[in-house]
Design a protein around this ligand. Structure first.
Ligand SMILES: CC(C)(COP(=O)(O)OP(=O)(O)OC[C@H]1O[C@@H](n2cnc3c(N)ncnc32)[C@H](O)[C@@H]1OP(=O)(O)O)[C@@H](O)C(=O)NCCC(=O)NCCS
Length: 168
């Protein structure tokens, strides 16, 4: 069974252990929990939950961002963030959705499925079209975006901008 679970301050060792297996920064996807102690992770969960509850910009640049875990047969295999609106900076890099699958579980279709489920969450958050900014050499991420109905609107040597209709 594949399901998304929203980040909660009750999250425990299964999520913590998964995040230790994912890089701190991979293709722009930031994983601050890699290298944290378990206590630091529990504090981080609280901060992330607050970020998902804010309604406007915080500190002039932070948009509301909700984090979800992807579980396959009750095992966490990846995560994603949904930002419910974009600043000019996020339109250049970051977009509405960032996501990743733990290295052990890649190449099994979970990345495409995670993106599909995150697009539904973006729709629920009021996003009709979601932007993904993809590193030009990130072929798996580009393939997952195109498999989910992505439309490329801009391309440079560094980055590809893909919009996806969230009404799927
Ligand atoms: C991008 C990522 C989430 C894909 O996860 P995954 O579970 O391996 O993806 P899937 O198995 O669903 O494959 C997705 C697509 O990529 C293709 N793909 C997988 N590995 C590939 C590779 N090494 N080269 C080219 N294409 C590849 C698959 O064939 C599939 O395409 P299809 O839908 O047309 O068949 C994963 O590689 C990852 O976590 N990367 C690090 C973080 C990241 O780059 N996130 C995205 C930017 S925020």
């Amino acid at each position: 069974m594949i399901e998304l679970k929203k980040l909660s301050t009750d999250d425990g060792h299964d999520i913590y252990d998964m995040l230790q297996t994912m890089p701190k920064n991979e293709n722009g996807l930031i994983n601050n929990v890699n290298g944290m102690t378990y206590d630091e992770y529990k504090e981080w969960l609280l901060k992330k939950q607050q970020e998902s509850e804010q309604t406007g910009l915080v500190d002039g640049w932070k948009v509301p961002s909700a984090t979800y875990w992807l579980y396959v047969d009750a095992v966490p295999v990846g995560f994603g963030n949904v930002r419910s609106f974009l600043t000019d900076a996020l339109k250049k890099a970051g977009g509405n959705i960032g996501y990743g699958i733990a290295p052990l579980y890649r190449g099994k279709g979970y990345g495409s499925e995670l993106l599909h489920l995150l697009l539904q969450k973006a729709h629920e958050a009021g996003v009709d079209k979601a932007l993904l900014t993809i590193h030009a050499d990130n072929l798996p991420s580009l393939a997952a975006a195109m498999a989910n109905g992505g439309v490329i609107t801009e391309k440079t040597d560094e980055r590809i901008w893909v919009w996806i209709d969230t009404c799927q």
